[in-house]
Design a binder for this molecule. Structure first.
Ligand code: YNC
Ligand code: MG
Length: 388
């Protein structure tokens, strides 16, 4: 059924429920000298390219490939529209490898037709911190689909990850593959209900009028928590302590150090927003919330072309109630003109989704590990990881 995935060191469907298999790596590392030194073969018309995301021209080519060919919803009404600034951020965390930013071009025209990326991350699985690759942005041009190019892309990124002496990876996908470590759901909180209904993102509820709907989702003009402010560079040590302690409670979570926190959580305009609560009394940082910016192109609407979406990233509440903290995040997202605030049911998000008027989305997001077996699938609330 999965001609490619059956050959890979991933949990297989036939092994589900077999508790005699140990947790941990499926295959041991091989000596680096035994890792294939040359790239995998592509069909003859195509060639590999290692992408320089800092080059304006290359960044444009990658942006355009993804903007026209990357992930769409099931009804093909929306397509992710990652910005160039976002891609530069996502692909250049501390210790990144340029060799893991992999494109495929048509030899004759040099047109970019496929892409896949990895970035390094320390991911803790239960008590073990594992050096992994986070794989993302796998994309094959619409005209080259179902020609088995994706397995070649995956094998090539795997080879380049192995060359850096890393043997595990994590990734998420909307499709079911062998086999998810967790299956999560997106929830959506309307900030601009009229536009969301006009573009077909949401529907008017039963026995609801537009004006009642607008009133239902109305938010205060400004945040309510005393000491709530934007994160700044001098907050990195305090935020790192807060986040590390919080993430230690989940079965799978990143092992962030101060450099990671500075990269992933320090605010960048139109890419990532982070806020914290500094106690007006003690000046301690007690709470934190963040979201990243990922617009979607609206396909075939007369009135609107872009849906502005915020995605809940990492949140920690120790003093401010989580509901109030996230409500303040909704308020700033509304101030910044986002149309919708999205969140997965990971970590403790379940505790605020319904109360803050998020509605469940259709479609799931499956989380995976490569070359690492877990005995049982995790509940979304056991996951402390958000990928972009
Ligand atoms: C997917 N999303 O099952 P079998 S998510 C992984 N992730 O293999 P073909 C996928 N595998 O079942 P197409 C996948 N989607 O026969 C499909 N597959 O064993 C598998 N869409 O290949 C599929 N981006 O080339 C099948 O299919 C085989 O032309 C079929 O290409 C697929 O970034 C794709 O959704 C997704 O651009 C490129 O449809 C294409 O359809 C496309 O004939 C729109 O492929 C965009 C889209 C995916 C977003 C993502 C995470 C990717 C993870 C990849 C796996 C990483 C493994 C770890 C590597 C490092 C290891 C170390 C160490
Ligand atoms: Mg293909």
């Amino acid at each position: 059924r999965h001609k490619f995935w059956e050959t890979q060191p991933v949990g297989q469907f036939k092994d589900i429920g077999n508790s005699s298999l140990p947790e941990g790596p499926i295959e041991p590392p091989t000596p680096l000298s035994e890792v294939k030194q040359e790239p995998y073969n592509l069909p003859n018309l195509y060639e590999w390219v290692t992408c320089d995301i800092n080059s304006e021209e290359m960044c444009d080519e990658i942006y355009n490939l993804l903007a026209n060919n990357y992930v769409e919803d099931d009804e093909n009404m929306f397509r992710f529209n990652y910005s160039k600034e976002f891609l530069r951020w996502a692909l250049q965390p501390p210790g990144y490898f340029k060799s893991w930013h992999i494109g495929v071009r048509v030899k004759s025209s040099k047109k970019m037709v496929a892409f896949i990326t990895g970035v390094p991350a320390r991911i803790r699985v239960r008590d073990e911190v594992v050096n992994m690759a986070e794989i993302n942005f796998l994309c094959v041009h619409k005209k080259l689909r179902t020609k088995r190019l994706a397995p070649v892309m995956i094998k090539e990124v795997t080879r380049r990850v192995h060359l850096e002496n890393m043997w595990q990876a994590t990734y998420t996908a909307g499709v079911v593959l062998p086999t998810p470590i967790a299956t999560c759901q997106y929830w959506h909180r309307s900030l601009n209900p009229k536009k969301l209904i006009d573009v077909g993102f949401s529907r008017l509820g039963a026995r609801m009028t537009m004006s009642r709907t607008i009133k239902l989702y109305k938010l205060p003009e400004s945040t309510v928590t005393p000491g709530f402010r934007k994160m700044e560079i001098h907050d990195v040590p305090a935020v790192t302590r807060l986040i590390r302690n919080y993430l230690s409670h989940f079965s799978v979570a990143p092992d962030f150090d101060e450099n990671d926190v500075e990269h992933w959580l320090l605010p960048r305009e139109n890419v990532v927003d982070s806020f914290l609560v500094e106690s007006p009394q003690t000046h301690e940082v007690t709470d934190f919330c963040s979201f990243y910016t990922l617009p979607s192109t609206i396909l075939g609407n007369q009135n609107y072309s872009v849906l502005k979406a915020a995605y809940s990233f990492y949140n920690v509440s120790t003093v401010t109630p989580l509901l109030q903290l996230i409500n303040d995040a909704l308020i700033v997202a509304k101030q910044k003109d986002y149309d919708v605030f999205n969140a997965l049911d990971v970590m403790q998000n379940d505790a605020f989704l319904k109360e803050l008027k998020f509605g469940p989305g259709d479609g799931k997001l499956h989380y995976y590990l490569y070359n690492y077996r877990l005995r049982h699938a995790l509940k979304p609330s056991e996951l402390g990881l958000v990928l972009l």
